[in-house]
Design a protein around this ligand. Structure first.
Ligand code: B12
Length: 440
């Protein structure tokens, strides 16, 4: 059986930062090991993405097409949507290969499964969440599948959904077979983020009010063996010359002993690799920061999100302003770049919280001013996603109503602080410019 995986457009254009589509490479690898004939097309690499789909369909003539829909929209306060190119891809596949089965998955699909199945009647099946176990089960039962974990199927006009799996044991993690999609195609393009992702674990036990990670991967932490993680990095380095990696975990420095073991393994093998990932401030201390730096960490990505204690509490971050400043102080003493992500105009924003937020941002800049090691500060409004605490707050307070279509970009940004972001951005840009130009 021939299976073609297609990564549908994840960003607005070819020039954007590229992300190697690790999800479909893992799935293609597991099917390849079972004897399926598999190919992969990433539309994000193509100047003419729809033309490339047509060409690949006609040359490979797949029995099954698996569409991976990763990003619903580009976030970052943008109002453009990636739903239209996804829907058009589904239509194109169905019209060129009307006899092929069309199956959909990916993070974007998993957030709006029923809605997307209705928008695209061409889709035969969807799989919510991780698909290593469900997909092979579906492929051997396409005519009449049993209730496979995460399966979305049509029953007349209804869409039937089976509860997804968040249980894949990492001892059975099927490493992506990278030669199914050459990682070198992703080299030399990105300025900010390493294009090659490595999973060290799945799952997130935290409760951040806006976040869908626990829904996508479950709350239970499932860690890969540190040796297996480093084996993967080492072989990518040897085979493809890859030197920079992004750890895709929701939080890379929790549990601490796991990432520490990975670092020690990197050091033991004397690998000269660079990596980054998202870190929580309350698990970040002098000792781990020094170990991370020694083991090749090139960027501490922090996402404290709240700019003051009230905001941290409303976002259910379970962090304090003190945690943020302490971590900033430690990070600022290293030679590693730090990046901070904050959310602006969160529920409960007031003149007082805005002032506190401006002051906190100043203090973060102050910490980094000596070594000039602050990469950037990212300031966003919250994208309201279904099933989150923020959705409930937004509904209860009338920020969104029954008619609001969350499938398309919807941000939590009510008046009167809807322009607060620009004040913060002015401060951020000003401090950045003055820091780099060495003007006081
Ligand atoms: C790591 C990560 C990043 C890293 C990627 C670095 C790298 N080199 O890989 C960085 C920080 C760069 C990043 C950037 C962005 N990201 Co991001 N990212 C993630 C994160 C945390 C993990 C993704 C991952 O690799 N998972 C591991 C792989 C193995 O899982 P997977 O791809 O989901 O695949 C599994 C299943 O989905 C399924 N599956 C996948 N495809 C298919 C296809 C079929 C047919 C089937 C059956 C199943 C299936 O099976 C796979 C194996 O189990 C997710 C959140 C999450 N926990 O999922 C957000 C997430 C995917 N990102 C998201 C977004 C929006 C973005 C950005 C647009 C944000 C921005 N403005 O910068 C950019 C887009 C970048 C791009 N070019 O695509 C959103 C997408 C949903 C949404 N809200 O639209 C998520 C869910 C986070 C969120 N905020 O909600 N991201």
């Amino acid at each position: 059986m021939r299976v073609l995986f297609i990564q549908t457009p994840s960003m607005e254009g070819i020039a954007h930062e590229r992300v190697y589509p690790i999800g479909i490479v893992i799935l293609a690898g597991s099917l390849h090991r079972k004897g399926y004939e598999v190919e992969i097309l990433d539309m994000n690499l193509e100047i003419d993405p729809f033309g490339a789909v047509k060409k690949k369909l006609l040359s490979f003539r797949p029995d099954v097409v698996g569409l991976s829909f990763r990003n619903i929209d580009p976030l970052a306060n943008k109002t453009s949507s990636l739903v239209p190119p996804f829907l058009v891809t589904a239509r194109l596949v169905a019209s060129i290969m009307p006899k092929s089965w069309l199956i959909v998955g990916g993070a974007g699909f998993s957030l709006f499964p029923e809605r997307l199945m209705r928008e695209a009647p061409q889709i035969h099946y969807g799989i919510i969440g991780e698909a290593e176990t469900p997909l092979p089960l579906l492929l051997v039962s396409l005519e009449n599948p049993p209730p496979i974990k995460g399966l979305c199927m049509r029953r007349g006009k209804r869409i039937k959904i089976v509860v997804p799996s968040t249980r894949l044991a990492m001892a059975h993690y099927g490493r992506p077979i990278r030669n199914l999609l050459n990682p070198s195609l992703y080299s030399g393009n990105n300025d900010y983020v390493p294009s090659i992702g490595i999973e060290t674990k799945r799952g997130c036990p935290f409760h951040c009010a806006y976040c869908v990670y626990p829904r996508l991967q479950g709350r239970r932490l499932r860690c890969r063996s540190p040796r297996d993680v480093v084996n993967e990095m080492e072989s990518l380095n040897k085979e493809y010359g890859i030197e920079r990696f992004h750890f895709t975990d929701p939080i890379v420095n929790f549990p601490s002993d796991h990432i520490e073991a990975i670092c020690r393994e990197i050091l033991l093998r004397k690998l000269k690799l660079k990596w980054d990932g998202f870190m929580r401030e309350d698990y970040f201390d002098e000792k781990t920061a020094a170990l991370f730096e020694k083991a090749g960490c090139e960027c501490f990505s922090f996402s404290p999100d709240g700019l003051c204690q009230e905001s941290l509490d409303v976002l259910d971050k379970r962090l304090s302003e003190r945690d943020i400043m302490k971590a900033a102080g430690i990070a600022a003493m290293t030679d590693v770049i730090s990046v901070y992500h904050f959310m602006v105009n969160v529920p409960g924003e007031s003149k007082r919280t805005c002032d506190k937020g401006l002051r906190l941002l100043e203090r973060v800049y102050d910490k980094h001013s000596r070594k000039k090691n602050l990469g950037t500060v990212v300031l966003n409004n919250i994208r309201i996603l279904p099933g989150t605490q923020i959705e409930a707050v937004a509904r209860a307070s009338g920020v969104i109503g029954p008619e609001t279509d969350l499938l398309y970009p919807t941000y939590y940004n009510p008046k009167p602080f809807d322009a607060f972001r620009y004040r913060l951005e002015t401060l951020h840009l000003c401090r950045n410019v003055f820091l780099r130009q060495e003007v006081r």
